[in-house]
Design a protein around this ligand. Sequence first.
Ligand code: 2P0
Length: 354
Amino acid sequence: AEEGQWVLMATGRSPTNIAVIKYWGKRDEALILPVNDSISVTLDPDHLSATTTVAVSPSFPSDRMWLNGQEISLSGGRFQSCLREIRKRAQDVEDEKGIRIKKEDWEKLHVHIASYNNFPTAAGLASSAAGFACLVFTLGKLMNVKEDYGELSSIARQGSGSACRSIYGGFVKWCMGKNDDGSDSIAVQLADETHWNDLVIIIAVVSSKQKETSSTSGMRDSVETSPLLQYRAQTVVPNRVLKMEEAIKSHNFESFAKLTCADSNQFHAVCLDTSPPIFYMNDTSHRIISLVEKWNHSEGTPQVAYTFDAGPNAVLIAPNRKNAALLLKKLLYCFPPQDNDLSSYMVGDKSILS
Ligand code: 2P0
């Protein structure tokens, strides 16, 4: 900023989330309205999160954004939607240094946004969920937006669907909603970050390459061509969502694990059912599934759950530290770090501090 001109800033941090009932398919592309509800676990911000600082000053001639230190374009419709929706709700601000911004002034002021991920963006791990949740949350803080988290989630949704779930910690449901304007397509917290704290999440990074098919174009192709997607959205997911809510509420790991694995597999089946087919998992992913399935079968009850998103990396959820340690031992035995591409494991607690 130029000398003599004030700058007002706000900083926030949002973790990414892992869906255990997957979002795949939009009924409205512009508003990002999904074809089914989804449920996720928000991670601990120490492991996979975005940190964003937003600044406003009369000396800024335009809106600008930097991601991990590199300037990126804000011209995309999704950024513009989030900025517009937050600006619309901006309130008077009076900070302790005497900076005063009137509600009506926000339309004329420009923002600078700097965002960092504490994990490699190219690691094939969802960064848009944490990024847009953080952008919306932090802009809301800067502009003294008074709306509740449900409303903020519906704005974050317009940045990236999965971002609406990262507005909350703990266990979160994104309700697809019925309205055409998206007003009821919001996220709600099912249980806070202190609930079911024994769960341990391990991410096995199978490949750090950027995925070949973006989620946005992949799910568009699935909606247009997969008959399985229709069946999944209308018949399977509504039932699974109810069962998953019950499993989470009652700490029922057996049910939680069965639903999580089945839903991941059905999502990837929808990808295969798409024309042309989409392959997100690779041989290493399949070997991890076999390892877990064999272990779970031999014990007669699930010892760990697996789930895979739009890439080959495995997200493994153990009911406690003992099973997490056993799992790591098995993974390291089957995938010795030197002779394959399973290069690192990230271990995290599921809970977050919001
Ligand atoms: C999910 N995924 O529920 C699912 C499971 C990937 C597989 O949400 O187009 O990046 O920005 O709304 O949110 C990835 O999709 O897609 C995703 P857009 P998004 O987590």
